[in-house]
Design a protein around this ligand. Structure first.
Ligand code: G3P
Length: 215
């Protein structure tokens, strides 16, 4: 499973890349607003220039023709941009139009198996089940990830499953075990994934023993 960062924060992206494990980025209007950034196009283009892999950027209109127009504009911002389209009936039509023109789409805000199935049939490049938001309403987001992965394998659908709305390290581990192709994680979760108190205690003990006995 690959790891993407779910952020619009440039220093977090640079740091994630330095660690050698982040290969892509996902953003959304909420994440851009959180950083206090106002020039959406400039932010996405800057992220695309830093990241080698794909950068998902969301359309910010709702109507079919407007989405198609805006998606085409966003797709022209950089060669590695992937356009995020919501899992709606209008979105489905948009995805099938864009897929025919080889524009890569990340179908976002996916909460059901049927949405994921239709998104893949329409030609989405990624489908993003929102794990944390499903857990929030008492569903099991990871079960959805696994169901989608299994169905795509069974029917030989090439769409990749991008586990999103990842809230903690255990979500990420579970997404990997469920067979997700990618998990997009907030920077803080990425940091937590490598942490364990016994590792810290072990390092401190080795260093103390080195100072006491061996140096
Ligand atoms: O990747 C989608 C993500 O940004 C949503 O996360 O925590 O707002 O559900 P969250």
């Amino acid at each position: 499973m690959r790891i993407f960062l779910d952020t619009a924060n440039i220093s977090e992206i640079r740091q994630g890349i330095k660690l050698g494990v982040v290969t892509g980025v996902t953003t959304n209007p909420s994440l851009v607003a959180k950083e206090g950034l106002t020039d959406y196009k400039a932010v996405v283009k800057q992220i695309c220039s830093i990241v080698l892999g794909s950068v998902s950027a969301e359309v910010v209109v709702n109507e079919t023709e407007a989405m198609i127009k805006q998606a085409r504009e966003i797709a022209a911002w950089a060669p590695n941009v992937v356009v995020k389209i919501p899992s709606t009936n209008q979105g489905l039509e948009v995805i099938s139009v864009l897929a025919k023109d080889n524009i890569k789409v990340n179908m976002t805000l996916c909460f059901t198996f049927n949405q994921a199935l239709l998104g893949a049939l329409a030609g989405a490049f990624y489908v993003s089940p929102f794990v944390g938001r499903l857990d929030d309403i008492g569903n099991d987001g990871i079960v959805l990830v696994k169901d989608i992965v299994d169905a795509y394998k069974k029917y030989d659908l090439k769409t990749e499953v991008l586990a999103a709305s990842i809230r903690h390290p255990e979500h990420c581990a579970a997404a990997a075990k469920a067979g997700a192709h990618i998990a997009t994680v907030p920077y803080q979760v990425l940091m937590q994934m490598m942490q364990h108190p016994l590792t810290d205690i072990g390092v401190a003990r080795f260093l103390a023993d080195w100072e006491r006995a061996l140096r």
